[in-house]
Design a binder for this molecule. Structure first.
Ligand SMILES: [Zn+2]
Length: 345
């Protein structure tokens, strides 16, 4: 485990909502006298974490949504963001793209820019204190009943590009709300120069990954693992050069796959798909990005060379301007060589 904390890392797929410290959640519940059955850090952890009895992505999301009980109080999102970046720094993440869905944290009369500003302020404060680079991806929801909300969100996200917003994402029910519904929204995001990543092929069909690439101009895909069932889809993704942000433990917990043994990360990697590793919702899953790298070694037999390749895939797919991306890659290449010299697998 120690060696994976040392590994210099990139994390492109983490949700702020699933990365709240149980200690912080407990403190806020007490401070704001929220009526919840938790009194200790351990109870807070259990309240936010999967128990193993979840049967679907919906059950998993229910756990994540528990943080809404406190997230709307003043300054809380800033604190969440600050602590998430601090936690990333402690796991030797060199570059983090964290994402969140602003609409879900709105207090009455607030504009959607307010939660975005709070999160950006938290990220800035942590970047000021620690030598880590972190950026923000703004998340829309497929099932938002009012399409104008997602259109507004793109405009607001784009307005904060010079303050750290680098990407636009959409999550939610892939089967009932297909990519074609969101063409206009993503065309606008692209026009503004935002990086495009789309949750697709997680529990939904592999075809929705292709739809996200073709119809929404996705630069990256959140999960995308269901393409593994069809060689034609794998070939299309490979040809498009699109990076998959894969989060194996989350996929087990959401029942996207039945177990690590049936997870296709190794196969996709060997087929030449650019794979980056994320932790998705570390608090909900009870993991961190270092333990997820350990999973690569222990469950999927990745050697140190392959682990380094996964880190670099993340850097290459970062939503950074070319010169900054090149600097990140060069620095990581050096640090990864040093890391590799210290490990023996
Ligand atoms: Zn996700």
């Amino acid at each position: 485990m120690e060696c994976f904390r040392d590994l210099p890392k990139v994390n492109l797929h983490q949700h702020l909502e699933g990365a709240v410290r149980p200690e912080t959640f407990l403190q806020l519940v007490k401070e704001y006298q929220v009526d919840l059955p938790i009194d200790t850090v351990e109870e807070s952890r259990q309240y936010l974490q999967v128990s193993g009895t979840e049967s679907s992505l919906a059950d998993f999301l229910d756990k994540i949504h528990r943080i809404f009980a406190v997230s709307r109080f003043p300054g809380v999102l800033k604190r969440f963001a600050y602590e998430a970046v601090e936690d990333a720094y402690r796991q030797n993440v060199q570059y983090l793209e964290i994402r969140f869905g602003p609409w879900q944290h709105l207090e009455n009369n607030q504009g959607v820019h307010e939660p975005i500003e709070q999160v950006l302020a938290g990220i800035q404060a942590a970047k000021h204190k620690y030598p880590i680079d972190a950026r923000l991806i703004v998340c829309a929801l497929r099932n938002d009943s009012d399409p104008t909300k997602n259109m507004d969100l793109v405009e607001v996200a784009a307005a904060y590009q010079n303050q750290g917003v680098v990407g636009f994402d959409i999550a939610g029910d892939e089967a009932r709300y297909p990519a074609s519904n969101f063409k206009e929204i993503f065309a606008k995001a692209k026009k503004h120069g935002l990086g495009i990543t789309v949750h697709a092929g997680e529990v939904g069909p592999g075809q929705s990954v292709i739809d996200a690439i073709v119809e929404l101009s996705a630069d990256r895909i959140g999960h995308g693992i269901q393409i593994a069932a069809d060689f034609k889809l794998v070939a299309q993704v490979k040809q498009a050069g699109v990076t998959l942000e894969v989060c194996p433990t989350s996929n087990v917990h959401t029942k996207a796959v039945s177990s690590y043994a049936s997870h296709p990360i190794r196969t996709l990697f060997e087929q030449g798909i650019p794979i980056s590793l994320g932790d998705d919702d570390p608090t909900t899953s009870g993991i961190n990005i270092s333990s997820e790298y350990q999973v690569l070694k222990e469950k999927f037999d990745f050697n140190s060379q392959e682990v380094c390749q996964i880190v670099l895939n993340g850097a290459r797919a970062a939503f950074l301007p070319d010169n900054e991306k090149q600097q990140l890659i060069s620095r990581l290449e050096l640090d990864l060589k040093k890391w590799q010299a210290r490990v023996d697998f």
